[in-house]
Design a protein. Structure first.
Length: 295
């Protein structure tokens, strides 16, 4: 079991977190890794910190964008540069258990699955929560959709040939970008393997740029765009899974409060088609955020 794994780490002004992230990769019990750090025009000490770690670990590669391109294009560049048989993604403010890649690779060999996923420890400043799927091997799209638990790209290992053969990539310039990527991956792979023996640590920082009021309107608009893109992909490729995908969208992508906005809800309903579940969630949202406040 000596397959090379390419770990893609997008970085942008990550000086507070990048050392812990990279050290968690450098300390993996499975050592045949290339660590591809792509700096997206940082203005802090991110690059300097990566250079210092390169001096002690030659597995680290650093690519630098002179202009900010956004996380989707950064990840796409990482996939194009990857030399490994398998690819993984880690965000710069997160970290992984020491046996993370070894466990994932072992499961990939055992199951023959193109994608392996495992549990996530979601970590706020004052609490933690474990998100885990049901261990097993899944072949039907609806079963794979239920098994992954969350629609993120980073708690998984992917067969590189599978990604390239299907020309899978992240949509540029949009938030919630990995949800569309994951839906396409699940629809196109023959097998998804789920394990629960190691952890990806997702660090939730309330002070990050994605949690600022400035990003709120973009997050809302992008969630509608991504949701409609997913529904169109499903209509063309897996029409029988429409209801399960609507559940996925409401659980993973959109805020319930968005459904109180007519200019948001009606385009979403048009893309989704008739859905009692969506109508139910709209009524709940109206009561919770509009009608109840009027009392």
């Amino acid at each position: 079991m000596d397959d090379l794994i390419s770990v893609i780490v997008p970085c942008c002004n990550s000086e507070k977190f990048i050392k812990k992230c990279l050290q968690s990769i450098m300390r993996q019990s499975y050592e045949n890794l290339e660590i591809i750090c792509i700096d997206d025009a940082s203005t802090d000490n991110t690059v300097k910190i990566i250079h210092s770690l390169q001096e002690v670990d030659p597995r680290i590669r650093l690519l630098v964008n002179e202009q900010n391109q956004g996380i989707s294009l950064v990840r796409n560049r990482g996939m194009a540069e990857a030399a490994g048989k398998y690819i993984g993604f880690i965000d710069a403010d997160d970290f992984v258990d020491p046996d993370f890649y070894g466990r994932l690779l072992q499961a990939a060999h055992k199951t023959g699955a193109e994608i392996i996923t495992t549990a996530t420890s979601a970590e706020w400043p004052n609490k933690k929560k474990i998100w885990s799927g049901k261990p097993g091997v899944y072949q039907k799209f609806a079963d794979k959709l239920m098994a992954i638990r969350i629609g993120t790209c980073w708690n998984k290992l992917y067969l590189t040939d599978f990604l390239r053969r299907n020309e899978l990539s992240f949509p540029p310039g949009l938030l919630s970008e990995d949800n569309l990527f994951i839906i396409k991956c699940l629809a196109l792979c023959t097998k998804l393997g789920v394990i629960d023996s190691t952890r990806y640590h997702y660090v939730i920082n309330p002070g990050s740029l994605t949690h600022t009021p400035k990003m709120a309107s973009k997050k809302k608009a992008d969630s509608l765009t991504i949701s409609c893109m997913i529904l169109e992909f499903i209509r063309q490729n897996v029409p029988g899974a429409r209801h399960q995908v609507i559940h996925f969208i409401i659980k993973n992508i959109i805020s319930l409060q968005y459904l109180t906005d007519d200019s948001y809800y009606h385009p979403l309903r048009q893309a989704a088609g008739f859905s009692p579940y969506l109508i139910k969630k709209r009524l709940i949202a109206l009561y919770r955020y509009r009608f109840r406040k009027q009392k």
